[in-house]
Design a protein around this ligand. Structure first.
Ligand code: HEC
Length: 122
């Protein structure tokens, strides 16, 4: 049998190296600045109403009261800070998808206002 020539060995080496360099191109885009949540933003009816639409469209089916048990934890808004909710909504965590590319910053901020509002009903 013939030993593999240098060309074959180079090809084999590239096969090993290619997957190592691929993830570099998929790296997350630069993170956005974290918005400031003040009382007037959180209590604005306009924001909570916009947030309810986001919630109804994409969050309720996992987190809602009628969601399939175990799909997602029921949210306990009193225990969650606006910054934390925004972070999870934006980047996701574990089995929770991130919504950075789906919802605008304003939409993600508004769903935080809705979850923190008295009118929140999962
Ligand atoms: C596909 C189902 C799914 C959808 C859709 C979804 N989530 Fe989640 N979410 C999860 C799961 C699962 C977790 C728990 C992740 C973990 O901690 O491992 C979670 C966690 C969270 C948390 C953190 C809760 C905590 O106590 O740590 C927040 C806040 C949250 N989701 C908000 C939202 C909002 C707002 C939306 C809509 C924009 C949304 N989620 C859509 C599945 C989902």
């Amino acid at each position: 049998m013939r030993k593999p020539g240098p060309q074959l060995r180079l090809a084999a080496l590239l096969c090993v190296l290619a997957p190592l360099s691929a993830p570099a191109q998929e790296q997350k885009a630069v993170t956005e600045p974290v918005p400031v949540f003040d009382k007037s933003f959180l209590s604005s009816r306009k924001n909570t109403a916009a947030g309810k639409e986001v919630w109804d469209s994409q969050c309720r089916h996992c987190h809602g009261a009628a969601a399939y048990p175990g799909k997602a934890p029921k949210l306990n808004p009193g225990a969650l800070t606006p910054d934390f909710i925004y972070e999870r909504v934006t980047y996701g965590f574990g089995k929770m998808p991130g919504w950075k590319d789906v919802f605008s910053i304003d939409q993600r901020k508004s769903v935080v206002a809705y979850i923190k509002s008295n009118g929140f009903s999962p």
